[in-house]
Design a protein. Structure first.
Length: 213
């Protein structure tokens, strides 16, 4: 067999594997652990909303806390408004009191839930500056960095834990106020994932997904 053809075949297989591993715009995009900067094309496809999962890197007040930046809506018409929600992931290990289990019961295990933190609408080129309600809620600074049409249309969200937003000269549009009755909180706030085992508590800063897309 021709060695060159064989190498080309392996290269094509590797390339296809890489492409297939890239999430669609309506799926979860995982920011590498320890990274400070990240960007992803997000979109809304029916009931599926593209989102970025990120663990805050060491060295900042949010360090090792887990966050989700989810696209709620995007309109590919000027000013290309994108509305995003920020959620923090919490662990609950107190669902069963000691001494209340029967011999055949399942021992208590930690569960995980997303809690709504803040929402923002960003037009093309706008970002969440330091001191805004978004960043004051400990959410990572983000920018509406690019837009493209299609079915569905997509918006490029740039995320920078260190606040180094490229071309950061504009301010964000007004933030929707957060209240206990905010309708955007009801869909995900308090929703609990499947159990991951008691040992997960010992690794509470390891990645956990509360929802499977």
């Amino acid at each position: 067999m021709n060695v060159k053809l064989l190498l080309v075949g392996f290269a094509l297989i590797a390339a296809l594997s890489f492409v297939s591993a890239v999430p669609e715009c309506w799926q979860e995009h995982d920011m590498p652990n320890g990274a400070w900067l990240y960007q992803a094309w997000l979109c809304v496809n029916g009931s599926n909303h593209g989102w970025i999962y990120t663990v805050a890197p060491p060295g900042i007040p949010q360090q090792l806390k887990m966050f989700k930046v989810e696209l709620q809506s995007f309109t590919y018409i000027p000013p290309y408004a994108a509305t995003l929600n920020c959620y923090e992931q919490f662990t609950d290990v107190d669902r069963q009191q000691p001494g209340q289990s029967s011999p055949n019961s399942v021992p208590p295990k930690p569960s995980y839930s997303w809690h709504f933190k803040q929402t923002v609408t960003l037009n093309a080129g706008e970002f969440t500056p330091q001191g805004s309600e978004w960043t004051n809620a400990e959410c990572p600074p983000i920018k509406n960095y690019g837009q493209q049409g299609g079915n569905p249309p997509q918006v490029l969200i740039y995320l920078a834990w260190n606040g180094e937003i490229p071309g950061a000269r504009m301010t964000a549009t007004p933030f929707a106020p957060f209240t206990a009755f905010n309708p955007t909180a009801s869909a995900l706030d308090g929703a609990v994932s499947a159990n991951d085992g008691a040992v997960a508590w010992l690794n509470k800063f390891a990645k956990r997904k509360a929802f499977k897309r």
